[in-house]
Design a protein. Structure first.
Length: 202
């Protein structure tokens, strides 16, 4: 660790972290952006809900955002943050370094938990989706399967029917559905199939 004190260390280079870095850089603040890489945006193949871009890959958003942040003198390092401590200043530690800052912004986003189903990563963003906001529109008037291991996934199935498609099958993945949830799904015409998927075949 050296004695340099950043105005701000930003943890996470997704759209939120990059936007914060760009603004702070434009305010002539001394900014360090730390990113472990591989977040949800980075994996998205086709993003259609970004202003001025009809279609853009998530990796392009990240690459362009990093280039823009660097143009405002933001220092960017590919490192995983291991700890953040606060005394007089913040100390942000990675496995091989520590940094001091007056402020810290944590913009770590979402980390998808992909089930152990063969080919899930192969079809991620291309038929197998993890975000209703990012990709729900792509299922409009299509036949889909909603799968989840928490009760909230029932709400996702109901929302998908309300906004995008009527042809939905719901799979409670390693989840015992309460009778009330099965009744609601049945009333909405959503078929429940209690199986454990092993592969996506395309």
């Amino acid at each position: 660790m050296n004695d340099h004190v950043f105005d701000c260390v930003i943890i996470g280079a997704g759209p939120g972290g990059l936007q914060a870095a760009i603004y702070l850089g434009r305010y002539n603040r001394d900014v360090l952006l730390l990113d472990r890489s591989g977040g949800r945006t980075w994996h998205s193949r086709h993003i259609e809900n970004v202003l001025t871009h009809k279609l853009i890959a998530g990796s392009d958003i990240i690459d362009r955002g990093m280039e823009q942040a660097r143009s405002f003198n933001v220092r960017i390092e590919r490192k995983r943050v291991a700890a953040v401590r606060k005394e007089d200043l913040f100390t942000v530690s990675t496995p091989d370094a520590s940094y001091h800052a007056r402020y810290v912004i944590v913009s770590s986003g979402v980390y998808d938990i992909i089930p152990p189903i063969k080919n899930a990563l192969r079809f991620l963003g291309a038929g197998y989706y993890t975000c209703i906001d990012c990709d729900g529109y792509k299922t409009t008037n299509r036949k889909i399967v909603v799968m989840g291991d928490v009760l909230q996934s029932v709400n996702i199935a109901l929302a998908m029917k309300q906004m995008f498609t009527k042809d939905i099958t719901y799979i409670p993945y390693r989840l015992s559905l309460p009778d009330s949830a099965e009744e609601v799904l049945s009333e909405e015409g959503i078929k429940v199939v209690s199986v454990e998927p092993v592969s996506i075949i395309g």
